[in-house]
Write a protein of this length. Structure first.
Length: 566
């Protein structure tokens, strides 16, 4: 075996898993490097819960100078696709981790797993069963009542071996026979009640083709795959805690390397569903526009929405690793991306729902160049030049005909500062035949230009953003919000979980205006649209009319809603 090179870093353990690993290193429990693995099933796209596991497993390898394998548990060809494999690899790399060529598949071990199954049969610890799925459920018993033995349980090893080999040869139809471990039908741990090891599936596998027509169950393949790869610490979520004794039993019967399984609480996020089955249903039912829809909690969806790998890694670090399940407020994830983009995102002005403004006393045809700050949080970001003219666009809700008290935006007789420009005073407005306000008229004070010595002499309470009409670029803006209206969509009693979908989770604004420089934006570019939030150029954004996805608002608007409702 390779000698260990692990060393406990100067930084102390930050969670109970680190404490276990550091004890093992100090006690020289292993003669090899610390070796973890991230073992996704390629039956869907990864979500934010997987991101937590990725950060944990690869983070352990980095912290203790070890390895982290990427292993695909591809034991169910009916649900697995190459598309999912490629998306998983892309997501892990995007998060900033690399498996260093240690890419493995459970299908790499199909022959070894089969040979070990034969070994169990020869030991009299596995048998071929012909119960139907319905009968098997009936025989299994309940949490309070023991199960009963299959009538096929006491076949001889020779008969079981012959049947198992004929299963492998393709002699029997799907579902007609299974291979089961022979353990204890009265065990209080139902996982010990003769679990299925193999089922018949005449289904082509995305890697092995039609070489196999029997496939191992996850519980049979998982622990042995860890053993084959010489994993030292098998980090699993809590739902596998009751499976650990079964994995231990298999490994002990086979007398092979024994990884140490450690369970931690999976990520439960408010206003989100984390079940891949439910996420797949959203995709298949057309409730979202695919796995990378920016409303989805998938890593690809978060990436398309504008989340950064740094923000997700920071989120994983903040929530930590717990021993018991809890629910994390999605607002924490949103705050992590706000913190990150506040430091790095360039500021730009955009008008999402435009209303024309005419500054009547500004010279017609005059174009003025103003200086605007790119990012006040970044001293190296510098400034940019923007143009100002007689006609502008502002947001519709930045003008009100009859304003409420403490409304510090435009209304007749009121003054505001135009960001980076002048103070203007509203003198009137125009309406169309339907009573909609179409144009707001203003006059500007030429002595109040931003940056000038006289600008500070006059104070107003409101500042609004704008875009000059003569060179404004058309854009489509998509306002994404939380996909569900309730904190626990899957836990609402007497209500179908899909009935809690937020009908306003996507609002498309096809006639917005942005600064002309944004015509050259590239997919994935991130900006703060001043006063509006953080936005990302969509991956399918055309060059003539860019599309921007809202990543997150500037503040937690849901907190205000919840406070008001309470």
């Amino acid at each position: 075996m390779e000698e260990t090179t692990n060393a406990v870093n100067e930084s102390k353990a930050t969670n109970f898993i680190h404490e276990i690993i550091e004890d093992d290193i100090n006690n020289k429990k292993y003669s090899t490097r610390i070796n973890t693995r991230f073992p996704p099933e390629p039956n869907g796209y990864l979500h934010i819960g997987h991101a937590k596991s990725i950060c944990l497993n690869f983070g352990i390898a980095e912290k203790y100078d070890g390895w982290c394998n990427l292993r695909f548990d591809d034991t169910n060809p009916s649900k697995e696709e190459v598309e999912y494999v490629e998306s998983i690899k892309e997501d892990v790399h995007w998060l900033g981790f690399d498996w260093g060529g240690r890419e493995y598949y459970a299908s790499d071990y199909f022959q070894q797993l089969y040979d070990w199954a034969e070994e169990l049969i020869k030991q009299g610890k596995a048998y071929v069963c012909e119960l139907t799925p319905e009968q098997m459920r009936e025989y299994r018993g309940t949490l309070t009542e023991p199960g009963k033995e299959s009538p096929y349980r006491n076949r001889t090893s020779e008969e079981n071996l012959d049947l198992f080999r004929r299963m492998k040869a393709g002699e029997f139809p799907d579902g007609s026979k299974t291979l089961r471990a022979k353990i204890d039908m009265a065990s209080p741990n139902v996982n010990f009640r003769d679990p299925i090891l193999y089922r018949i599936m005449h289904q082509e596998h995305h890697r092995t083709g039609d070489a196999w027509c029997i496939y191992p169950m996850y519980d049979w393949a998982h622990g042995q795959s860890d053993s084959i790869e010489n994993i030292t610490h098998s980090i699993c979520t809590l739902e596998f805690e009751n499976h650990r004794p079964l994995y231990d039993w298999f490994i002990n019967q086979l007398s092979i390397h024994h990884p140490q399984q450690i369970e931690f609480a999976r990520l439960n996020l408010s206003y989100t569903v984390m079940s891949k089955r439910k996420l797949l249903q959203l995709v298949n039912d057309g409730d979202v526009a695919g796995w990378d829809d920016p409303r989805m909690p998938t890593i690809s969806g978060l990436r398309r929405r504008g989340y950064t790998p740094e923000s997700i890694r920071n989120f994983a670090e903040k929530i930590g690793v717990a021993r018991r399940d809890n629910v994390i407020d999605v607002a924490l994830l949103e705050n992590c991306i706000r913190e990150d983009l506040n430091k790095r995102a360039l500021r730009r002005m955009a008008v999402l729902q435009p209303l024309k403004v005419v500054i009547d006393n500004y010279p017609e045809g005059q174009i003025e160049t103003l200086e605007a700050i790119n990012n006040p949080e970044d001293s190296t970001a510098g400034t940019r030049q923007i143009e100002f003219s007689r006609e502008l666009f502002i947001e519709q809700d930045d003008f009100m005909e009859i304003p409420p008290a403490q409304y510090y935006r435009l209304s007749v007789g009121k003054e505001v500062r135009l960001r980076y420009a002048y103070i203007v005073k509203c003198t009137g407005f125009e309406k169309d035949e339907n009573g909609n306000i179409t144009v707001v008229h203003c006059e500007y004070d030429p002595e109040t230009k931003s940056g000038s010595g006289t600008a500070s002499k006059k104070k107003v309470k409101g500042t609004i953003h704008w875009v000059a009409a003569h060179n404004a670029a058309h854009a489509e803006v998509r306002l994404y919000d939380r996909l569900f209206n309730v904190e626990d969509p899957a836990g609402v009693k007497d209500v179908d979980w899909k009935a809690t979908i937020n009908n306003n989770s996507l609002v498309v604004l096809p006639n917005s205006y942005v600064e002309p420089s944004l015509l050259t934006t590239q997919p994935g570019d991130k900006f703060q649209f001043e006063r509006l939030g953080y936005f990302c150029t969509d991956k399918e954004s055309p060059t003539d009319k860019p599309v921007f996805n809202r990543t997150v608002t500037l503040r937690d608007t849901w907190a205000k809603i919840e406070k008001k409702n309470n």
